[in-house]
Design a protein around this ligand. Structure first.
Ligand SMILES: NC(=O)c1ccc[n+]([C@@H]2O[C@H](COP(=O)([O-])OP(=O)(O)OC[C@H]3O[C@@H](n4cnc5c(N)ncnc54)[C@H](OP(=O)(O)O)[C@@H]3O)[C@@H](O)[C@H]2O)c1
Length: 265
């Protein structure tokens, strides 16, 4: 029986991939710093990828690696998370590595996180283990998180010049689970949602879904993430369109995925 080690199994995408992998009859080992429950065919390993002892322990008995762990807000962190895996792969039983990456990385190199993702892609391609490399655009859920952070009271700040083609994380998880149990496929076609839209339109629909009157203020916000996103605007992606469009996803999404959260400290 196939055994998949998934990193980042507690994350936005990982939580959606694990049940799909289990439904395909494989054994799953999930590595995360948080505790998790063991269930039939799911072994939860609490550990940190930067701990030299955690990686060999997590890899034991696995034939497939699905690497999703990430720390976008900490420059240098993603390389530090990938490197112990990349070093351990040749001597491990892993015959298929799957790496999840981000569409249009080449156009967004002004941002350190996106530079790192591109570097890690290249390291996986050079590591000698047969690879599947999947990229997608930003998840709907992540766009909501960004809009939440840009919202102060009734006002949502809109960085100018940003157009996105966000995708439903569940649809990406579905493709990733299929690819993970399949044969190594190399670089596969990028995934994106059906609609490309200015961030302003995404924000307006989100506010209406919240029952709020859209109040948007367009600003040239000098934040690296938005500068990077300006460069992926309207690039005419050759991506495969999957999942629900933003508006229908918003209409059906669980309230905790879309509601404006009370700001904590
Ligand atoms: N979010 C998007 O819009 C988007 C779009 C395209 C591609 N992607 C890519 O998809 C992948 C998954 O993204 P996501 O949005 O699901 O990420 P996420 O929700 O931020 O989850 C990050 C995961 O990384 C784990 N992690 C972080 N540091 C770790 C460490 N030191 N040791 C072990 N685990 C660690 C976290 O687990 P614990 O905190 O439990 O340790 C968590 O499960 C990433 O490669 C990302 O670049 C994301």
């Amino acid at each position: 029986m196939k055994t998949v080690l998934i990193t980042g199994g507690s994350g936005l995408l990982g939580q959606r991939v694990i049940p799909l992998l289990l439904a395909q009859g494989v054994c799953v080992r999930a590595l995360s710093r948080r505790p998790g429950l063991n269930t039939p065919r799911l072994t939860w390993i609490q550990g940190d990828l930067r701990d030299p002892l955690a990686v060999p322990q997590a890899l034991a008995g696995a034939d497939t690696l699905l690497h999703l762990a990430t720390q976008p807000l900490q420059p240098g962190a993603d390389l530090a998370l990938a490197q112990p895996l990349l070093q351990a792969l040749p001597a491990s039983g892993i015959q298929h590595a799957v790496y999840m990456s981000i569409a249009h990385l080449e156009r967004m190199q002004s941002m350190p996180y996106y530079r790192e993702k591109l570097d890690i892609e290249r390291r996986f391609e050079a590591c000698g283990v047969p690879l599947t490399l999947q990229r997608s655009t930003q998840f709907h859920e992540f766009v909501v998180q960004v809009l939440q952070r840009l919202t102060l009271g009734h006002l949502t700040l809109i960085p100018t010049g940003v157009t996105l083609q966000p995708v439903e994380a569940r649809a990406v998880a579905h493709h990733l689970a299929q690819l993970t149990v399949g044969e190594p496929a190399g670089r596969v076609r990028d995934l994106a949602g059906p609609d490309s839209m200015p961030l302003e339109h995404l924000a307006r629909q989100w506010q209406l879904q919240q029952g709020r009157r859209p109040t948007l203020l367009r600003l040239p916000l000098p934040i690296p993430l938005f500068r990077a996103w300006q460069h992926q605007a309207a690039v005419g992606t050759a991506a495969q369109a999957v999942g629900r469009a933003w508006s229908s996803w918003l209409a059906d999404a669980a309230p905790e995925d879309t509601q404006l959260q009370a700001r904590g400290a």
